[in-house]
Design a protein around this ligand. Structure first.
Ligand code: BGP
Length: 473
């Protein structure tokens, strides 16, 4: 038994968290470029107090990030050395269309990704491309209000067509939107939404979500038309929601919270608004404006596979006495049976097996774990070695749980990409010290350092895991 020999092992990153080079070769300004590091960040990614202009007071971590823009050959070579079969990465929209609505794409941006994909193939690595990972041109936010406008669908599809045609021979695996359900928790990141007083926020979020869902369905169809070999997935932030107790009220609350996430996948994988969502959105006055034909679009644009991030499970309670867990954009009660990371995220490997089973039971489509990892502070010792045993322990336990889901429960799983193969900027906190990599990058939260790459202890460990198709874990 064991995993299939084609199992896609690898790692995942996002353009805005690793590329830097924010003004190179004609790249335009994106929502992520105006998300500052520091205490203001959280409000901004939630769509509050957003300034679309960069000032001298704040640091904006996407601007330089880890400068993969200039280091990609070296970085991909290291991924190759670990034995990666797949590298998940995202396209910076504004490298291709700097403002979002130009007639013609920016050739320099297209050439950059072409080089990246060719380099991957040199090492036998298949690219898995997220078309939109928390990315929206600022020009489209200023002019149209981001995804609150239906016009966005056309701009997004223009980007998709450009990518599908240009990279027809180089890319086969695509994801339409990263963590599409994060619109509800980080609407500025997820949809370029910024709110004014008096805005009906929840309604706007569901309207933006509807536009992204339509765009996603049309992109799936377009990808198949341009190349029938293309495989297109949805991507959501997963993690089963547990009831804090067996009180039926807690169980009901957990089911409702789970559905908040599954709503998106229900639409993308089954092709229609599920009954529970249709009723609830009507009842609460949140039903988005739809056009004739939208139902058909959703039905004919279902995804080929379902991908997701899994960092932890969540827990909900209707009782005031339950202590709440801090440090995550998802609200959660503190689960007394779990340990917590330095950033307050629960560590729950069995939760990954539970999540895989729940998703597979629900959709019976191939799954892909495209993010899983531990954010921790780790430092090189005096000899320059980073002994990140806590990361090895976290990943080992999650990979074992994943293998149980495949081997013992029959879940159809295409692959696993660890977040992240190399230290990069954290999306939520904007910090560099929240490190995920197998490769250390010498940079601190202020952007000081040489940027030098160094293999951590986990590097060799993951290489062995891949080399033994998971048996080493
Ligand atoms: C997911 C995002 C990633 C990544 C990860 C870890 O939500 O898709 O972009 O950053 O979370 O989160 P953080 O960077 O906040 O630790």
């Amino acid at each position: 038994m064991g995993l299939s020999k084609d199992f896609l092992w690898g790692g995942a990153t996002a353009a805005n968290q690793c590329e830097g080079g924010w003004q190179e070769d004609g790249r335009g300004l994106s929502n992520v470029d105006v998300c500052p590091a520091g205490p203001d960040r959280e409000a901004v990614i939630r769509g509050e107090h957003v300034s679309l202009v960069c000032d001298g007071e704040h640091r904006y971590p996407s601007h330089e990030a880890i400068d993969m823009f200039h280091h990609f050959r070296e970085d991909i070579r290291l991924f190759g050395e670990m034995g990666f079969k797949v590298y998940r990465m995202s396209i910076a929209w504004t490298r291709i269309f700097p403002g979002g609505e130009e007639e013609e794409p920016n050739e320099a941006g297209l050439r950059f990704y072409e080089e990246v994909f060719r380099t991957c193939h040199e090492y036998g690595i298949e690219p898995l491309v997220t078309i939109c990972h928390f990315d929206c041109p600022v020009h489209l936010i200023e002019k149209y209000g981001g995804w609150r406008s239906r016009e966005m669908i056309g701009f997004y599809l223009k980007l998709c067509r450009t990518l599908f045609v240009r990279y027809r021979e180089l890319v086969r695996y695509w994801l339409t939107f990263n963590e599409i359900n994060m619109i509800l928790h980080a609407p500025f990141l997820g949809a370029g939404l910024l709110f004014q007083d008096g805005d009906e926020r929840e309604k706007l979020k569901y309207q933006a979500a509807h536009h992204e869902l339509i765009a996603s369905a049309l992109a799936v169809q377009m990808a198949h038309e341009i190349n029938p070999e293309n495989r297109v997935g949805c991507m959501f932030a997963a993690g089963s929601v547990y009831p804090y107790s067996c009180r039926p009220e807690d169980v009901w609350e957990a089911l409702k919270k789970d559905r908040e996430n599954y709503f998106f996948v229900d639409v993308q994988a089954r092709g229609e608004y599920p009954a529970y969502a249709a009723r609830a959105l009507e009842r609460e006055g949140l039903m988005p404006v739809m056009e004739d034909g939208d139902k058909r679009i959703l039905k004919t644009g279902t995804v080929d596979f379902i991908s997701f991030s899994y960092y932890n499970s969540r827990c909900v309670s209707t009782a005031d006495s339950a202590e709440s867990a801090e440090g995550n954009l998802f609200a959660s009660a503190k689960n007394p049976y779990l340990t917590y990371s330095e950033w307050g995220w629960p560590i729950d490997p069995l939760g990954l097996r539970i999540t895989l089973n729940q998703i597979y039971d629900r959709y019976e489509k191939p799954l892909f774990i495209v993010e899983n990892g531990l954010g921790a502070q780790d430092f090189p010792d005096e000899n320059g070695n980073v002994a990140d045993d806590c990361r090895i322990d976290y990943l080992k336990r999650h990979i074992c749980a994943m293998m149980d889901a495949v081997e013992l429960d029959g879940v159809d799983l295409l692959g696993y990409t660890a977040w992240a193969p190399i230290d990069l900027v954290s999306a939520g906190s904007g910090q560099m010290k929240k490190r995920y990599g197998f490769i250390h990058v010498d940079l601190d939260d202020e952007g000081n350092g040489t940027g030098k790459r160094m293999r951590k202890k986990s590097f060799e460990w993951y290489q062995k895991v891949i080399g033994t198709n998971g048996e080493w874990a």
